[in-house]
Write a protein that binds this ligand. Sequence first.
Ligand SMILES: CC(C)(COP(=O)(O)OP(=O)(O)OC[C@H]1O[C@@H](n2cnc3c(N)ncnc32)[C@H](O)[C@@H]1OP(=O)(O)O)[C@@H](O)C(=O)NCCC(=O)NCCS
Length: 183
Amino acid sequence: MVSNLDIKIEIISKEHKSIISNFCTYEADLKDYLVEDALFHQENKVSKTFLLFNNNSLVGYVTLLCDSLRVEGEIQGYFKNKNILYKTLPAIKIGRLAVDDKYQRKGFGRRLVHIAYTYAKEISNNYCGCRFLILDAKINKEKEKDSLHFYKKMNFKILKERIKGTTSMYFDLMLNNKLIWFF
Ligand SMILES: CC(C)(COP(=O)(O)OP(=O)(O)OC[C@H]1O[C@@H](n2cnc3c(N)ncnc32)[C@H](O)[C@@H]1OP(=O)(O)O)[C@@H](O)C(=O)NCCC(=O)NCCS
């Protein structure tokens, strides 16, 4: 955890071009996405990317979009009992999330998830039906790089386990009210 915090969140814009070109992550596709696609997608209303700064240094980013969760596994029975019979339910998706390698394990990842959670809650409480915060956690063979454990620690649940690629996870904005995110 870092003690000297001066946190800022900015929505990505063309002014950030040179700052994002210096972003470094061991997940190379997440750097490529930030540099090549994030702004273009945002301009086309496909997603929105939030940059997290501490003391004016870019420490990480999170990309959000509207999506839906396929009702299956554990949650299927729950909604059936409530007579909510839709095959999918509305959600905000964390499309991409990464912390710069230089700033790993200092609480910034958690802070980025909390930003996503705050926006999803605001939408859900005030503007539009939205029951879940969802994501596809990247699986990495090295345990300390496997984001599944990171999200589990924050109270996300597994929707569908996979061995390779990504694992679908969800946070129920109504029931799992305890996002573990203290700073
Ligand atoms: C996964 C990632 C976002 C975590 O960010 P971070 O800033 O290092 O994480 P934090 O410091 O906020 O850690 C929060 C907690 O999760 C734990 N944690 C972080 N990464 C973990 C991992 N891979 N496995 C197990 N626990 C992990 C931390 O130890 C900490 O727990 P603690 O408070 O009990 O000590 C970061 O490692 C990253 O950017 N990875 C590459 C990109 C990626 O995988 N993104 C997710 C794609 S969906």
